[in-house]
Ligand binder design. Structure first.
Ligand code: NAD
Length: 337
């Protein structure tokens, strides 16, 4: 029997998580919610997802637009094992009382504060912490990218301080109401950016300081990371450790990966919607100078958290252990292929 999962908020993350759930043998999408009857709502119905109104009073608006709607979010949630809340930043916390009232488990996304959930989650770093839990937060795209990289290095080598600079895509491609046309925005201007403390919500023993800048691009974030190494380590040993982790993809400038534009061009051939679930780490950026490891990676913000949501569902509902879950998610999403 497949477990039933609801998606509350069928937007950038919600639609990707819904499609990823549909590929899993042990779970199914019970329904998705939308606030308005736009093209995304019509597409959800076309794909066969049962649509519900995220705002109960709006059922009529969908009916008037001629879109089949199965009821309100509350009606959807009455018949599910778990809800993945993919509503906009801070709205997840407003939805939490409904999940508490109905007694269902919920996953929140990185736009929520860490105290919304019992655990801040990253599959490879702390799967076990989410086992059986009621509320889990899958950390943001930048934090997922940083956590995967740091955890993978830390698992094999003893590390000291981490410093990282995030060069952030300003908005997602669909966001036509906001943006930054011609400028580089230190965001935040004051130290530190929230990414460092957010990494510590998953890896509490990592000493990390981060800074961040927004730049006028929509494709990917880029991270420039420096990690102190306690022991003498070779650059090849670092490459080997990163190459062994399926959720990290090593790329080379020699193959034509000269910028995020080329990484996305590659992903366009590889996956639907150019979803790149893996950290794209430039193998030739890996350098060790005076005991410090330098590395540059690119992160596709719209898709990197998708496998993490699938593994969080399995951990919370105790469907599989860490290794089995990650393996199944990687297989179904063709990660590491
Ligand atoms: P989005 O705006 O693309 O989608 C949000 C969806 O929720 C929309 O369909 C909206 O109509 C719907 N919604 C609005 N109010 C709602 C409500 N009260 N209840 C339920 N649904 C409601 O946003 P997104 O980019 O998918 O972000 C969702 C979450 O994922 C945020 O916490 C965000 O920080 C996090 N996240 C986003 C990205 C990214 O780059 N887009 C990456 C990682 C994490």
């Amino acid at each position: 029997m497949k477990v039933k999962v609801a998606i509350n908020g069928y937007g950038t993350i919600g639609k990707r998580v819904a499609d990823a759930i549909s590929l899993q043998p042990d779970m199914e999408v019970a329904g998705v919610t939308k606030t308005k009857p736009d093209f995304d709502a019509k597409m959800a119905v076309k794909k066969g997802y049962k649509l519900y109104a995220a705002i109960p009073e709006r059922v009529k608006v969908f009916e008037e637009a001629g879109i089949e709607v199965h009821g309100t979010v509350e009606e959807l949630l009455e018949n599910v094992d778990l809800v993945v809340d993919c509503s906009p930043n801070k709205v997840g916390a407003q939805n939490k009382p409904l999940y508490e009232k109905l007694g269902i488990k919920a996953i929140f996304q990185g736009g929520e504060k860490k105290d919304v959930a019992d655990v801040s989650f990253n599959a490879i770093a702390n799967f076990e912490k989410a086992v059986g839990k009621r509320f889990v937060r899958v950390v943001s795209c930048n934090t997922t990218g940083l956590t995967r990289l740091i955890y993978t290095i830390k698992k094999s080598f003893s590390i000291g301080k981490v410093r990282a600079t995030m060069i952030r895509r300003v908005v997602d491609p669909k966001e036509d109401k906001k943006g930054l046309v011609n400028g580089i925005e230190p965001n935040p201007i004051k130290l530190p950016s929230h990414h460092g403390p957010d990494v510590q919500s998953v890896l509490p023993d990592v000493n990390i300081v981060t800074t961040a800048f927004k730049v006028p691009t929509t494709l990917m974030h880029v991270h420039s990371v420096a990690i102190e190494l306690q022991d003498s380590v070779s650059e090849d040993a670092v490459r080997e450790v990163l190459a062994a982790e399926p959720r990290i993809m090593l790329i080379n400038s020699g193959d034509g990966f000269t910028s995020t534009a080329k990484v996305i061009e590659f992903a366009r051939e590889l996956r639907m919607r150019y979803d790149l679930y893996e950290n794209a780490v430039w193998a030739d950026s890996i350098g060790i100078v005076d005991g410090e490891l330098y590395v540059t990676q690119a992160i596709n913000q719209e898709s990197i958290v998708v496998p993490e949501n699938i593994d969080a569902i399995r951990a919370m509902l105790e469907l599989k252990n860490k290794e089995e879950s990650i393996k199944e998610t990687n297989r179904t999403l063709k990660i590491g292929v």
